[in-house]
Design a protein around this ligand. Structure first.
Ligand code: NAD
Length: 380
């Protein structure tokens, strides 16, 4: 596709900047659920954040939480048991909670947080059903608090640059997106393999990135889905949830998005976008770090060089900015509800062996709020 005189260049340097506020002005958080994501990603993100600060931990394992609190510079009285969560009501320094629990517990803690007047940043997937996710949105609206689905991809400069290339016309009319998000985890015994805690298998956990990124990059909403699920016969991990899902989404512009997610294949996470005048590749596309964006058009082949900023700090600070300004976040609860609707349609399509129609919605960014402001761009 590339013409013989195409240039090979590093065209853009992109940098995400996090505004820095004095500590007493930053939004205070209680984190609920001190598992792998919290320990390995969120504590460092709070450290890097310029608008957010960690004030309290909510746990089922007090001993472990006290050890973590000490390392984080928190006091023993900043550690709360799940049963005493409501005592956070008396902590004016805690304005928001970050829910990092197994999926089916997201609704309960969102509703409890809303009842005590705390804003809610809730891990993905927002919940395990459309009904639960809608109830979470309603509970936060009724209480006058913000709810954000804790998506990362919408706040990373790599994906933002890809979205600009797609929506700005550099690739011409975009016809096809192909996304893969696969891994060999989780191991037996993990809550992710239990239907009552996870709500589903690889689709809710990693396939959601393929789905959500297609919606984010195009700005459109799919009106039809067609899907297959598969679990290896005899593999005991997949008695309750599916191993793999292949699903196709059709969008009003004619765009087709083809996706595969799995718990049974060695790790790979990529996204290819094909347009009339060029294509782009994100590979890896969904990792926490080291993302790469390659662009191939009629005039040039280039890698877009982007200085990385911690994805979780970007996401966290977007929400803090919204708490401070009162504006709806870019990925509000409604954005998570829409993904849940589409995932339910994907499962239904796989069960019934036929395409499933969704409401046909025209327009861009229909469920999104305030655009992230942190990312600034400059020509190299
Ligand atoms: P994890 O298993 O490492 O941690 C879960 C935490 O919940 C633990 O502290 C555990 O003690 C607690 N918990 C409370 N009740 C529980 C119960 N009944 N069963 C099991 N654990 C219980 O999980 P994780 O990887 O930290 O995932 C937590 C949430 O974060 C999930 O919703 C997941 O989808 C999401 N997540 C998001 C990303 C991302 O990139 N945004 C990455 C990983 C996980």
């Amino acid at each position: 596709m590339t013409s013989p005189d195409a240039t090979h260049s590093d065209a853009i340097q992109t940098q995400a900047r996090l505004p820095v506020l004095p500590p007493h002005v930053r939004v205070g958080y209680a984190v609920i659920g001190l598992g792998e994501l919290t320990e390995e990603q969120l504590y460092p993100a709070f450290h890097l954040s310029g608008q957010s600060r960690l004030c309290a931990l909510v746990t089922g394992n007090r001993e472990k939480a006290l050890e973590q609190a000490e390392l984080l510079g928190l006091r023993p009285q900043d550690v709360y048991d799940y049963d005493h969560f409501e005592e956070l009501k008396d902590r004016p320094d805690v304005q928001a909670v970050f829910i990092v629990l197994p999926n089916s517990l997201h609704r309960e803690y969102t509703e409890r947080a809303a009842r005590i007047g705390k804003h809610v940043l809730c891990e993905k997937p927002l919940s395990v059903s459309v009904a639960d996710a809608e109830a979470m949105v309603l509970a936060c609206k009724a209480a006058g608090v913000l709810l954000m689905t804790a998506y990362r991809i919408q706040y990373t400069p790599h994906h933002q640059a890809a979205r600009e290339l797609i929506q700005g016309g550099t690739l011409g009319k975009v016809k096809m997106m192909a996304a893969i998000d696969v891994q060999t985890e989780p191991n037996e015994g993990q809550w992710r393999l239990k239907r009552d805690l996870a709500g589903g298998g690889s689709l809710l956990d990693v396939g959601l990135y393929c789905l959500n990124t297609a919606r984010y990059l195009s700005g459109e909403e799919p009106y039809e889905v067609f899907a297959y699920t598969h679990s290896t016969p005899g593999d005991e991990r997949f008695g309750e949830v599916e191993e793999s899902v292949s699903f196709t989404l059709r969008f009003p512009s004619g765009l087709i998005s083809s996706n595969f997610c799995s718990y049974g294949t060695s790790k790979h996470r990529s996204l290819r976008v094909l347009g009339e005048k060029g294509n782009l590749l994100l590979d890896p596309a969904f990792d926490y770090t080291s993302l790469r964006l390659m662009v191939d058009t009629e005039t040039e082949v280039r890698e877009t060089l982007i200085r990385e900023t911690d994805q979780f700090a970007l996401e966290l600070d977007h929400f803090s900015g919204c708490v401070l300004s009162g504006e709806a976040p870019f990925t509000p609860g409604e954005e998570g509800v829409q993904d849940q609707r589409i995932m339910e349609a994907i499962y239904r399509s796989a069960r019934e062996g036929r395409p499933v129609q969704l409401e046909r919605l025209e327009g861009r960014d229909l469920f999104r709020g305030k655009k992230p402001a942190q990312i600034e761009r400059e020509r190299a």
